[in-house]
Design a protein around this ligand. Sequence first.
Ligand SMILES: [Zn+2]
Length: 151
Amino acid sequence: MQYKQCLACGRSFTLRPQSPQQTYCSAPSCQRERKRQWQHDRLKSDPDYQDNQARAQQAWSQRNPDYWREYRASHPKYVERNRALQQERNAKAMVAPIAKMDASTPVIPLPSGIYHLRLVTEDGIAKMDVWTVEITVHSSECKPDVDIAKR
Ligand SMILES: [Zn+2]
């Protein structure tokens, strides 16, 4: 007999010969977890399934317009937790632009010197003309000064 470890609860279970690919034990909570995981993976990988689920949820909401209002009224802790999570997200969103500006500072270390430039067209073909240019970096804060002379 073969044993396997359940992905949900971690307990080992006997593998049945008719389902050698089984990764969850037969406990109802582990089977729910297996289904939840399957739906999660499917939502990510299957646009049709995603679309279908969205439509089903929308239709259900239209049939049960008061559900969430009543749920919130009878579950104050749920409301409180959601509010705290939203405030956290809002705080992060306000910090994000500052972090972004830092990250986008260009860090291309182009040293001063003589360079050969060759024009490459959109189809990837290099033109015959070669330019010899001297590039002098005056400051890392602004664009380098470029002197061009055709050879
Ligand atoms: Zn299990």
